[in-house]
Design a protein around this ligand. Sequence first.
Ligand code: SAH
Length: 249
Amino acid sequence: MQTQTYTPPTNADYDEIGKFTRLADEWWDKNGAFKSLHDINPLRLNWIEDQVVAHLGTPLMGKRVLDVGCGGGILAHSMAVRGADVLGVDLGEENLQAASIHAAKTGMADTLKFRCVPVETLAAEQKGQYDVVTCMEMLEHVPDPAPIVQACFDLLKPGGVCVLSTINRNPKSYLFAIVGAEYVLRLVDKGTHDWHKFITPAELDSMAVGAGFSRFDMTGLHYQPITKRFWLSNRNVDVNYMMAFVKPE
Ligand code: SAH
């Protein structure tokens, strides 16, 4: 009799993950392939901390934080520097190696850990254990974002804060995030993004509300190519944006 081995389906696209692991030795080169993530990091870190203060009453210091799709740990590291106890997860081994080496080099390895595990698996293992869950610039690279959002919800303590970021899907985001960022300004590598996988704020909101979240705040992330300045403004969320959600008590 033939025995069949069962492999659980993984909600991951390894062609997408390969776009990042191929460049893993550049994660901590501030002028390398991930320059834009380094450039926007102080802005998004402050916005995340503002959401945490607004909802949980105190800053990141001492909070238990999970960063989903952490890559080389740019955001995870900065949250640990602010005093949080951070776990970063990703499915690209090479990304996590770069992240761990950098954590050790900077003396952060006690409060900044990394694991290669699907977030859906982690949710079954560590349900309700985190004060804050972040998932930045990842949802547009997965086959089905809704179960990831659900896992983020499940991992949070009641009252916990979740911050998600992605790219809107409309003609302007095609022009700015694909033509502008990949071909004209070369802010990111060509082929990094597939416009069809971008997510509108209404879609993200409905996934989050479907998972059980209540919406808390939203902002757009903007770039001016002449002055090379990034800034946040909730006047429009036409291209890059972040949304914060709260898990009801
Ligand atoms: N969040 C980081 C990195 C964004 S790049 C930052 O904003 O700085 C996107 C990351 O998502 C890559 O590291 C890639 O390996 C990871 N990724 C893609 N699909 C994933 C999945 N299903 N589970 C976990 N990580 C994933």
